[in-house]
Design a protein around this ligand. Sequence first.
Ligand code: MLT
Length: 399
Amino acid sequence: MAKFNENFLELKESYLFSEVAKRVSTYKENHPEADVIRLGIGDVTLPLGRTVIEAMHSAADEMGMSETFRGYGPEQGYDFLRQAIAVHYRSFGVELDEDEIFVSDGAKSDTGNITDLFSRDNTVLIPDPVYPVYVDTNTMNGRNIVYINGTAENDFLPMPDRNVHADIIYICSPNNPTGACYNREQLREWVDYALENDAVILFDSAYETFVSDDSLPHSIYEIEGAKSCAVEFCSLSKTAGFTGTRCGYTIVPKFITSVSSEGVTMSLNKMWNRRQCTKFNGVPYVIQRAAAAVFTDEGQKETKAMTSLYMENARIISDTLSELGIRFTGGINSPYIWFECPFGMNSWEFFDYLLEKAEVVGTPGAGFGKNGDNWFRLTAFNDRKNTEEAMKRLKALFA
Ligand code: MLT
């Protein structure tokens, strides 16, 4: 009989958002009349922009004509999209070679898939709380995980501990779930720490588009030295509404190397390319054309308009929490608002309470790590009317 990967025994029975969805659907089955407002999973609600849709339509037409039909594309992504991404990075003052850019079906897949490149014998440093994919994928591979605590005391922005060695470091900024965002000096410390430890930073910048404070970095490559130690993952999911359309990109600089136990050095860029060519056949042409449209002037205007609408929801949520005297972070450079559970409840208790008493869905902080046990996440990705209604219901719980 085939033996299974016993590391799976170490995982929680279900993935966080599957568990949330299961509880919500059970509630809806028992209360078919319920008007549930979802501020749980960070799934966008605004439709794709006009420019994006036009590009998608015209690419679909191309696929219907023998002169322009395309079969397999390059595993790394089409040149037109890699060029557009390189130009986008130039707006942050970052120069990338096109062959450092790999188009993918999203940051979730790539932050998990990148683990293929690393030996099991690495110490992985992961902030707690954080996006559960980093922990789950490394657990599946049986790697040793060291946690670094994000707490209200450090504004959920843990800094490196020089007494702890790490080989692989995950950073998500703006952070999912806390909405906290590292500044340049803080990222500089992380880069220095990685260089001192010969470590690789896996930097998830999926929420960079929500950074409105000009002093905050959008990319880790804005920090000198980062191209020698950091891989960056980004996504069009939250930026341009691609959660259902799936397109992201991963930057693997050519300078980064890793070493075998025998001292053989390999380029991570070459390894990632090898991995992708073996396991991935690229993002569909139609989707890549749509993604390229996001980076045009018109596409950027549409994207900014969407971001502002979501950030207006974030303001409504933050204002409500301030009014209720609840401690929170995020909501300024991030679509996530992370707050302390009221009524002395832990986060799953508050999840059930909020669902039953207010028919509002959020995400329990415990799903992001032990430091989230008494915290709760709401997203700004619903529409304004629902966000206002959800906040009205939340306030009513305190009446
Ligand atoms: C979240 O809610 O944390 C995100 O939607 C998850 C994801 O992007 O995969």
